[in-house]
Design a protein around this ligand. Structure first.
Ligand code: CUA
Length: 325
């Protein structure tokens, strides 16, 4: 009965919080989930055991009217075994299991892995595939069934990258490089978060993770390694001029153009991203216009400054940005 209550309550809690760390779609997340279930089982056994002993004690107390039995040293033995020996064994098992899993996760074998560099900024993710000259933001694409080494850094304060269904957390620390090996086990979309408070928009640092079948991943990579297309209309050409002249290009890069800023997200394939501002709003023309004019309305505390534009300039700029597929 008690076990049933514990199980139901825990399952409800588990399904209510997090983004499915117990529904792993990655090798590392499976290992962590396995450890979680071991801890859960041990915790349940201990909890049920303690309640059983408590029930027996209360019943005995009621029968004897609260008087301890004379010359009964069973209490001392119980404290020695139940209070010292058993907890020591349980804790030892739990510690060994935890260390074992931790070592397993950190073991970097010599196998070749795809290398992806992820740099955290307040409040977005810069994602680079250095071997393929691909750079993007707030989205991570990986192949299924192949190991990927995420090489992570921070540009400002401490952040933490967590894709619950893929792997455990990894801190991104200024001046230091960390590595996390991940391997997706099935294709699909996963959600990534910043798991370390890093400022006003800490909760709005989403990383959209997509695991592709290997062929689809190669296609994606090939597509993204292309520079931006030349603007195809007069207004888009005018928009490109606005982009360069009005300061956008000082912070943002558009591969294949004179825009080579690297303070803000790379915009070479901006139009293909489903969201803006690290998952805050859908990538629509209206949201993009609002974001360019006054980012603080969309994401208060964002480090992107407002841009003053005439209506004509804004529409030209949006036309241009929409060509960046
Ligand atoms: Cu970045 Cu919290």
């Amino acid at each position: 009965m008690v076990a049933a209550v514990v199980l139901v309550t825990s399952s409800a809690l588990v399904s209510a919080c997090g983004d499915g760390a117990l529904d792993p779609k990655g090798e590392e997340a499976s290992t962590v989930a396995g450890l979680w279930w071991v801890l859960f089982a041990v915790g349940t056994v201990v909890f049920v055991g303690v309640l059983a002993v408590l029930t027996v004690a209360v019943r005995r107390g009621e029968r004897s009217g609260g008087e301890p039995a004379p010359d009964d040293d069973s209490g001392d033995r119980f404290v020695t075994w139940g209070g010292i020996a058993m907890p020591s064994v349980v804790l030892l098992v739990v510690v060994v299991a935890g260390v074992w899993v931790g070592r397993d996760l950190r073991q970097s074998d010599e196998s070749q892995a795809l290398r992806v560099e992820v740099t955290a900024h307040q409040y977005w993710w810069d994602v680079e595939y250095p071997d393929d000259d691909v750079r993007t933001a707030n989205e991570l694409h990986i192949p299924v069934g192949e190991p990927v080494d995420l090489v992570v850094r921070s540009d400002d304060v401490i952040h933490s990258l967590w894709v619950p269904k893929l792997a455990g957390k990894i801190d991104l620390v200024p001046g230091h490089t960390n590595e996390l090996r991940v391997e997706a086990t099935e294709a699909g979309d996963l959600s990534g978060y910043c798991a370390e408070f890093c400022g006003l928009q800490h909760t709005n640092m989403r990383l959209a993770v997509t695991a592709h079948e290997p062929d689809a991943f190669d296609e994606w990579l090939a597509e993204r390694s292309q520079p931006a297309p030349e603007p195809s209309s007069d207004r888009a050409t005018e928009g490109q001029r606005v982009f360069i002249d009005q300061g956008c290009a000082r912070c943002h890069r558009v591969a294949g153009t004179d825009a080579e800023g690297d303070i803000g997200p790379d915009l070479t394939h901006l139009a293909s991203r489903p969201t803006l501002a690290a998952g805050v709003v859908d990538n629509t023309r209206g949201a993009l216009g609002g974001w360019v004019l006054d980012p603080q309305q969309t994401k208060p505390g964002s480090l992107m400054p407002p841009t003053r534009l005439e209506a004509e300039e804004l529409h030209a700029l949006l036309d241009y940005l929409e060509t960046l597929e």
